[in-house]
Ligand binder design. Structure first.
Ligand code: TLP
Length: 357
């Protein structure tokens, strides 16, 4: 285990499966942050931010990258940079940048979102074609297609590389630009062995997060062509994302990038173990074969999901209701394999208490 229990869990021991965003910096990461060389990044003076941006761009096979405070900002900068107000973007109906980003495409870029319905977030070139309309003054100009890998609301589903390439080829045939929300691209690469740069290759821009499974406290990046990254640097400032001595947090991100990617395999093994444990608890509908990375989704019918979540919280297990009957559990460096077994036991106990009522 990477984490140091004494440091990370000062308060009563909770097993936190709400998200991989809850990860706290490890002692070694904190040390790297304390030692970071810093400067005013708006003046271009922060060497640690520059190092992070260069390493991220290289890993993704792109010319340049821009450090951002959040994944939301990285996605929204991509949309802003690729479009003009009144344009339309094609997104999957459960895509984070459409579903969970507070209506930002409408406000920050003035674009319309046209939704494609995927299977756990995955769609086809034919779906893109079906959503396109002829060039005509009545229609908005379709400009950008967005994919998400791994897909959050798809339960951590990985886009098969062949299908990414097929969708990208269709988009290109129609002169469309491509953006990848790769908040958890690291997970896809660890699970499949397909390098990040190969997944990133068909896209103009890719956003990635350091503050999820990689365990850094803050930050994401947007990678793409150098001219595009310089173009959106201005929008980052406009959106309030110009940070000063950001090297302090970028050092955590850099440490995460260099040291925490391979260990995501542990999270994936823990997620599979969790799903297997839950499958054995009769009342819960879960499909262990659907668990491809660090997320487990399960349904509960006997009481509303939120009520079940509240009951579990009282027993020290935190999960998230993501629908009226659907619950999400995410593994990360905050949870050990022992925690997973304890969480399964708690869930089983709470369910059996409920069924006695
Ligand atoms: N996802 C969060 C919540 O916002 C739902 C989570 O707990 O999973 N892209 C994807 C695919 C994401 O899952 C997230 C965060 C983001 C972008 C946004 O990142 P932040 O939270 O840094 O703005």
């Amino acid at each position: 285990m990477v984490h140091d229990d004494a440091m990370l869990h000062k308060t009563p021991r909770l097993i936190d499966l709400r998200s991989d965003t809850v990860t706290k910096p490890t002692p070694a990461m904190r040390e790297a942050m304390a030692q970071a060389e810093v400067g005013d990044d708006v003046f271009g003076d922060d060497p640690t931010v520059k190092a992070l941006e260069a390493e991220t761009a290289a890993l993704l096979g792109k010319e340049a990258a821009l450090y951002t405070p959040s994944g939301t900002m990285a996605n929204q900068l991509a949309i802003r940079g690729h479009t003009e107000p009144g344009d339309e973007i094609l997104v999957e109906a459960n895509a984070h940048l459409y579903y969970y980003e507070s209506g930002a495409p409408a406000v920050l870029s003035g674009v319309m979102c046209r939704c494609v319905n995927g299977q756990r977030g995955i769609f086809t070139g034919a779906d893109v074609e079906a959503a396109l309309r002829p060039a005509d003054q009545h229609f908005p100009r379709t400009r950008l297609v967005c994919l998400e890998n791994t897909h959050n609301r798809g339960g951590g589903k990985i886009w098969p590389i062949k299908q990414v390439q097929e969708v990208a080829a269709t988009a290109r045939q129609h002169g469309l630009l491509l953006h990848l929300d790769g908040a958890r691209l690291w997970n896809a690469s660890v699970a499949t062995g397909v390098p990040e740069r190969e997944y990133a290759a068909p896209f103009d821009t890719v956003s990635v997060c350091f503050s999820k499974g990689l365990g850094a406290p803050v930050g994401s990046a947007l990678a793409g062509p150098r001219a595009f990254i310089e173009h959106v640097r201005r929008f980052r400032k406009m959106f309030g994302g110009g940070m000063r001595q950001a090297g302090i947090i970028a050092a955590g991100a850099l440490f995460a990038l260099r040291n925490h990617r391979a260990r995501l395999a542990d999270d994936h093994a823990n997620a599979k173990a969790l799903a297997a444990g839950l499958a054995a608890v009769r009342v819960l509908e879960t499909e262990p074969a659907d668990v491809e990375t660090n997320m487990v989704r399960f349904c509960i019918r006997s009481l509303p999901a939120q009520q079940f979540v509240d009951r579990l919280r009282a027993e020290g297990v935190l999960v998230l209701a993501v629908g009226p009957n659907t619950i999400r559990a995410v593994t990360s460096l905050m949870v050990s394999s022992e925690d997973i077994q304890a969480a399964v036991a708690t869930i089983a106990r709470v369910l059996s208490q409920e069924s006695q009522h």
